[in-house]
Design a protein around this ligand. Structure first.
Ligand code: PHE
Length: 450
């Protein structure tokens, strides 16, 4: 515990923001967001996504931070301290299990990212991708051995950062990686929107077509907002506990949301115009990034360079999110098992290697094993994003809105009156946390069952 207390806090507010943005910006922005936009009516999806993110999810983000900073320690500790009730510790444990589940498929996709980065640097890749990028991708992910090795490399890189601790590992790498990510995605975006025929992609992104927007699209928008902002997995509870007392939590929540959403839109602008410029169907699905884009890169001027830049971006985004997921698990195991950081992170890595391998094999050798019609990989993605994260978010808002109450909430976001936050804003945020967010989460959960 002493080791945790001394080393585990962000050195500055900027460090906290960089790390939280690092967690938020990830495969969700580059891999999931563009294909969900493609499948759900383009701008119509974006508009609904923006409203949900701003109105519902930013206050949830704030609620998680309040719990973390008020309670301190691991998520389990934090929940117990702010509520004064041991039972609430289960919410922290649930967060850790959610992170395990997300990480199990995240490390697989992280491994694919490394593989594609290596391939994009190697000279033969572009010719090969023209021939049949779908077969290359399918052949790789369904093989038994090599995707697991790449996942292992991804896990080892994550653990390397985690073992350096919060300040020297998470904070330092995030401060370096986040600005770089924005520069890279802007560069790719400039190349993409200047391709002949790119306007059609921009139209698609920014001109709403509500005829393709269904109730399932609404659920997808809510799920994506949760996933992209890393909500409901105790990530913000954990990072909140490392945040300096003087930090303005409401402002931080706004900066994190705006940056994450802006990045998702930039990713859309980098991907969709190129997809349209080459006459490809935008609703390609999960293969968009690994199948469609390599095809496009091979055909466009400066495509080789863009491919490398794109896969570097994808890798940096994936590893910074993976670090945050890993940190929630490590912090909880350090707390529950009273172990040191290295021991806790090694335990997490060993379990992940096992669950990650199962997810990876479910793309090939274990394909025949399905649960509820989905293979294990897809089921892990579905259960974590659509069930566990929403449940975790619900527990966070119920805890702040109904257990710790308004006075403590205001005290925490104003640091006992030292930080000016306007009264109407504070009340509006609390109203959303107490009433609106739980109602939206519960009604969408119930209606998705029927
Ligand atoms: N927000 C990350 C992404 O967009 C995923 C994530 C979820 C990270 C939950 C941490 C916790 O890829």
């Amino acid at each position: 515990m002493t080791e945790k207390r001394n080393n585990d806090a962000f050195s500055s507010n900027f460090g906290m923001i960089a790390a939280a943005i690092g967690s938020a910006i990830g495969l969700g922005n580059l891999w999931r967001f563009p294909y969900l936009v493609g499948q759900n009516g383009g701008a119509a999806f974006i508009i609904v996504y923006l409203i949900i993110t701003l109105l519902i999810c930013t206050p949830i983000l704030l609620a998680e931070m309040v719990i973390g900073r008020r309670g301190g320690g691991s998520p389990r500790d934090a929940y117990i301290k702010v509520t004064g009730c041991k039972g609430w510790g289960a919410a922290g444990i649930l967060g850790m299990l959610t992170c395990f589940m997300i990480m199990s498929f995240y490390v697989v996709v992280g491994g694919w990212t490394i593989r594609y980065l290596v391939m994009s640097i190697a000279p033969g890749f572009h010719r090969g991708a023209v021939l049949d990028s779908g077969a290359i991708f399918g052949g790789f992910v369904s093989s038994s051995f090599s995707p697991i090795i790449y996942s292992l490399i991804f896990i080892l890189l994550t653990i390397g950062i985690i073992n350096l601790g919060v300040q020297k590992g998470i904070e330092k790498t995030s401060k370096l990686m986040m600005p770089l990510l924005f520069v890279l995605i802007v560069l790719i975006g400039i190349r993409s929107v200047t391709l002949p025929g790119a306007q059609a992609g921009l139209h698609y992104l920014f001109k709403p077509d509500f005829s393709q927007f269904t109730f399932d699209s609404l659920l997808a928008a809510l799920g994506q907002s949760f996933f992209s902002l890393s909500l409901g997995a105790c990530m913000m509870v954990t990072y909140g506990s490392y945040t300096p007392r003087t930090s303005n939590l409401a402002k931080n929540a706004a900066i994190i949301t705006v940056s994450d959403t802006f990045f998702a839109l930039l990713a859309g602008c980098a991907i969709m115009p190129a997809v349209f410029a080459f006459g490809i169907n935008p609703s390609e699905g999960a293969g968009l990034v690994f199948v469609t884009l390599p095809q496009i890169f091979t055909q466009m001027p400066l495509g080789g360079l863009c491919a490398i830049l794109f896969f570097v971006t994808l890798f940096l985004a994936a590893i910074s999110s993976s670090v945050s997921l890993f940190e929630v698990m490590t912090a909880t195991i350090m707390d529950v098992g009273k172990t040191r950081r290295r021991t806790a992170s090694s335990i997490c890595a060993a379990i992940l290697l096992f669950t990650g391998s199962i997810c990876s094999l479910s793309q090939g050798a274990l394909r025949s094993i399905t649960i509820g019609g989905k293979n294990i990989f897809d089921q892990f993605d579905y259960v974590s994003s659509n069930i566990l994260m929403t449940l975790g978010g619900l527990l966070a808002v119920l805890c702040v809105g109904w257990v710790i109450k308004k006075k403590i909430f205001i005290d925490e976001i104003t640091d006992g009156g030292n930080i000016p936050v306007s009264k109407p804003l504070a009340s509006a945020l609390f109203f959303v946390i107490k009433y609106l967010a739980p109602i939206v989460i519960i009604t969408t959960a119930i209606s998705s069952i029927f």
